[in-house]
Write a protein that binds this ligand. Structure first.
Ligand SMILES: CC(C)(COP(=O)(O)OP(=O)(O)OC[C@H]1O[C@@H](n2cnc3c(N)ncnc32)[C@H](O)[C@@H]1OP(=O)(O)O)[C@@H](O)C(=O)NCCC(=O)NCCS
Length: 146
């Protein structure tokens, strides 16, 4: 498996993956915008020539690195791809932008993702009521590695 920065030409494939991962996928245009905003923080994982996962991040004005989205192809889950993408993104945020505080939101029902984040040192900070459009609450999770 190889992790690299996403290219504009990858966006269609990434959007296809997004629709496999989420019942409320980000629109293609939003993925393109995220890639344009922080190209160094939009990464894909590849197996051969096939894109099997992506992660997208941005830097907030309050100095937190924000993990906006992560998704691994269902056929390639539980093989360490999600963990590798998270580690690579945090490393880039640290090395390129000097960031050592990270945050993300996750559905309270998404136990697999919560386990992944906890294993990486993220802690639940607070519960945000009705964060998602379908009414589900989110956990705000924070990692302080300063
Ligand atoms: C969450 C997601 C990105 C994890 O990707 P992955 O490549 O399967 O994750 P990894 O193989 O790196 O797993 C890392 C750790 O996460 C936890 N984990 C991940 N999937 C799990 C599962 N199905 N059951 C239990 N624990 C799980 C485990 O602690 C695992 O470590 P271990 O395998 O050593 O026990 C993937 O399941 C996914 O794309 N889900 C749909 C999209 C999504 O929910 N994104 C997060 C939105 S906030």
């Amino acid at each position: 498996m190889n992790i690299r920065v996403a290219e504009v030409s990858d966006i269609d494939v990434i959007y296809g993956l997004e629709t496999k991962c989420f019942r409320d996928p980000y629109p293609r245009e939003l993925l393109r915008m995220l890639q344009a905003l922080y190209p160094q923080l939009f990464l894909v994982a590849e197996e051969g020539n096939r894109i099997i996962g992506y992660v997208s991040g941005l830097i907030r004005t309050d100095g937190f690195g924000h993990i906006v989205s992560i998704c691994v192809d269902p056929e390639y889950r539980r093989r360490g791809v999600g963990r590798a993408l998270m580690v690579a993104l945090e490393k880039r945020m640290r090395e390129i932008f000097g960031i050592c505080m990270f945050r993300l939101e996750v559905r309270v029902s998404n136990t697999n993702a919560i386990k992944l984040y906890e294993s990486l040192g993220y802690k639940i900070q607070l519960r945000i009521p009705r964060y998602y459009t379908d009414g589900e609450d989110a956990y705000l999770m924070i990692k302080d590695s300063c």
